[in-house]
Ligand binder design. Structure first.
Ligand code: ADP
Ligand code: ADP
Length: 231
């Protein structure tokens, strides 16, 4: 089975906007799956349905082959398993310094302090921000903030990491450093990664598979080679 699968997933906003219209996608475990599409295609809505911030209007989501429950009591576990890194790191970094920002989610899980410490140290190492631990978050560069945001998701030990436009706002070197970090997480932790992007250049380099969304529907899918060959 796949790490994530959606079957005819639908979502309609309260004002009647049909943002997802029977989306069926599959993300292989330990792979990077790209979600391409113009503004308004439905990428953010899809991600918010996957982590339970929104509840599907129809269809199914499966995680590791099991149908996801959107019952209120099951949502905390869903949000822990499916971590989201927002496009703008300032939307998820609130604490006074890097260490406290990264530990936030783990503290919230109610983990014992020594387990929090272990996870934070590991997450800092994996994202290369250990030397920044005592820095105020607002003093970091944009690329450093992105890494701290990723570390803050890693401490939750999610099975899936979703990133919204992870390369937006980075210079070419920043893009390749960030994408190398993500491929290392994929290869070393067998992390399943889903990323939304406008950036067609990163798809052949870093995505194992990709979907193209348009108007809330899947307009195309394939490996990078297949997508490039499509008319
Ligand atoms: P089938 O329906 O016969 O399983 P697919 O057309 O779905 O075949 O997939 C063809 C190949 O692409 C398979 O090797 C599958 O593992 C791979 N594949 C399909 N979806 C994804 C995905 N989201 N991520 C990575 N690889 C995928
Ligand atoms: P993307 O992330 O690909 O830019 P979105 O998921 O944000 O796409 O948007 C999909 C569709 O849903 C668009 O038509 C958008 O205008 C609409 N939409 C997004 N958020 C809301 C909302 N809160 N209320 C009503 N419509 C929304």
């Amino acid at each position: 089975n796949y790490a994530i699968e959606t079957r005819e997933l639908c979502y309609t906003y309260e004002d009647g906007t049909r943002a997802l219209d029977a989306i069926s996608i599959r993300a292989a475990r330990g792979a990077v799956t790209g979600i391409l599409g113009a503004n308004g295609a439905g990428k953010s809505t899809l991600f918010l349905n996957l982590n339970g911030v929104l509840t599907p209007s129809g269809g199914q989501v499966l995680l590791d082959g099991k149908e996801v429950s959107y019952a209120r009591r099951d949502l905390p576990e869903l949000r822990r398993k499916v971590g989201i890194v927002f496009q703008d790191p300032d939307d998820q970094l609130f604490s006074a310094d890097v260490y406290r920002d990264i530990s936030f989610g783990a503290v919230n899980l109610g983990l014992p302090p020594e387990e929090v410490r272990r996870r934070v140290e590991l997450a800092m190492e994996r994202t290369g921000v250990t030397a920044l631990r005592d820095k105020p978050t607002h003093a970091l560069s944009y690329g450093q903030k992105k890494r701290v945001a990723i570390a803050g998701v890693l401490v939750m030990e999610p099975s899936v990491m979703i990133l919204d436009e992870p390369t937006a706002g980075l210079d070419p070197q920043g893009v390749s450093e960030l994408m190398r970090l993500l491929t290392a997480l994929r290869d070393q932790l067998k992390m399943t990664i889903l990323l939304a992007t406008h950036d067609m250049d990163i798809v052949p380099l870093y995505c194992d598979y990709a979907y193209v969304l348009s108007g809330g529907r899947v307009a195309g899918e394939g490996t990078a080679e297949e997508l490039v060959c499509q008319p």
